[in-house]
Design a binder for this molecule. Structure first.
Ligand code: BG6
Length: 461
């Protein structure tokens, strides 16, 4: 059968999840991380006061969940390892129950011909390490590198696709600029130091991996194309600064091995440059990734600032640009985010033209929906809006592939509706819904649709 949208052979079809959002804390067989701690100290900040221990309990139900993945056509699945589960306290002894759990998950996935894509850090710093400053403290880089090495040695014989970090800019933004992640400090200079240390940790892990292992290693970045309001030089400059801070600060060193000189100049002008150590430049230059995961949800719409910043206010990225609501933009009214499907194409073309056509895949894309039960009919959530969302993004991805972009797969965020940080269960993204009291899972309409396109390796419109 010829399909209008047919994807390359061995295209990766699947979904993505993370340990802290799906496993369930099961404390006792896991050390505490910053989310356990933050929830305990400030439960009111979490939607409906639901914390990280109330999840779909993948820790218990993984065998049946992996069978579900197989049923809906997954040939690949992204999970993360919980650092605080594998090494409670972040350093020291390895937890043998965690080793057994992750071994079993990996073996089950492989037995079902689902390739595990394993990420090492999805926002979940072990509390003990946060207590000494987290990514602000260079000692944490060595602890992370040790953890990475342990994970590679334990699971690297079977896991051949590794990721050092998911969306490393998010803990920087959330934890040090905009108050939505722990330690909820507002300090641009610290934010830059944290971003820099995260990159050094990433590079050390890549170095160790390439020395001792034989698969691929990369990073997962949430790339948000930064579109200027107009072609006016002031709008272009504003959009460029936004891109430098939120995209290129990780993308360039990870793929090219260098920071953009314009970013360095900007940071130098405002006394924001991070502290470095001898040897860092060499480390950054030499250890480039093999594979890039791209998370894409929405772009940023940027215009020049109309007012000069108040010099008495603390410096923030928004000193240099403003966001604006583009008239007529399409919105996901169930989540409040813009939907701009062509963004996925623009990202890929940028990677093709400016990043040596790095091998990549869509590691997250998805549609969050509040109160999704309202679409329940005859026991199933009829999420036609999600099918439409995925399909339109896939069409642009297909176009990118036709244009020669080196993109190898598509993973939906997420497999089963999960706990999402401060938003807890506010926005639902899964192929499956879950009742967190009974743990009953129900496939949504999109799960059946996805099973078909994965089987056919494409679709007709
Ligand atoms: C992604 C993160 O950026 O957004 C996920 O990697 C997160 O961890 C997802 O759950 C959805 O976020 P939200 O705020 O809509 O629940």
């Amino acid at each position: 059968m010829t399909l209008n949208y047919s994807f390359p052979e061995n295209f990766w079809w699947g979904s993505a999840s993370s340990a802290p959002q799906s496993e369930g804390s099961h404390n006792g067989i896991k050390g505490r991380d910053i989310w356990d701690h933050w929830y305990q100290t400030e439960p009111n900040r979490f939607f409906d006061q639901i914390g990280p221990s109330q999840t779909s309990d993948f820790f218990i139900h993984y065998r049946q969940d992996i069978e579900r993945m197989k049923r809906i056509g997954h040939n690949s699945f992204r999970l993360s390892i919980s650092w605080a589960r594998l090494i409670p306290g972040g350093t020291g002894e390895v937890n043998q129950e965690a080793v057994q759990f992750y071994n079993d998950v990996i073996n089950q996935l492989l037995a079902h011909k689902i390739e595990p894509f394993v990420n090492l850090f999805h926002f979940d710093m072990p509390l003990e390490l946060q207590n000494i400053g987290g990514w602000e403290n260079r000692k944490v880089i060595d602890a992370y590198t040790k953890y990475a090495e342990i994970a590679f040695n334990l699971f690297g014989d079977r896991v051949k696709k590794w990721f050092t970090f998911n969306e490393p800019i998010v803990p920087v933004e959330g934890g040090y600029l905009y108050d939505f992640h722990y330690p909820n400090i507002i300090d641009f200079k610290k934010a830059i130091q944290v971003a820099y240390h995260t990159m050094i940790a990433h590079k050390q892990a890549v170095q160790i991996y390439h020395k001792n292992q034989d698969g691929e290693i990369g990073i997962i970045l949430n790339l948000t194309p930064s579109y200027p309001r107009s072609q006016h030089p002031a709008d272009l400059k504003a959009a460029n600064i936004c891109d430098l801070i939120f995209n290129r600060s990780f993308l360039d060193p990870a793929v090219k091995g260098t920071y953009p000189h314009e970013l360095i100049e900007l940071l130098a002008d405002y006394d924001l440059l991070p502290e470095t150590e001898p040897g860092d430049n060499q480390l950054i230059e030499s250890n480039k990734i093999d594979l890039l995961g791209v998370n894409y949800y929405q772009p940023r719409r940027v215009k020049a600032k109309e007012d000069l910043p108040n010099p008495d206010s603390p410096i923030m990225p928004e000193w240099f640009f403003s966001y604006y609501e583009m008239p007529g933009r399409k919105m996901n009214m169930y989540r409040g985010w813009e939907i701009y499907e062509k963004g996925i194409y623009d990202i890929m073309i940028n990677l093709r033209d400016n990043y040596d056509n790095i091998r990549s895949f869509i590691s997250e894309n998805g549609m969050g929906v509040q109160d999704e039960e309202r679409f329940l009919k005859n026991g199933q959530i009829e999420d036609d809006y999600r099918i439409e969302f995925i399909k339109e993004h896939l069409k642009w991805l297909h176009k990118a592939i036709e244009a020669g972009c080196n993109v190898r797969g598509y993973h939906l965020w997420t497999f089963i509706d999960n706990w999402s940080w401060m938003n807890a269960y506010k926005n639902r993204y899964g192929f499956y819904s879950v009742n967190i009291k009974t743990q009953e899972r129900t496939a949504k309409k999109s799960a059946y649709w996805f099973a078909e396109i994965a089987k056919q390796n494409g679709f007709n419109d």
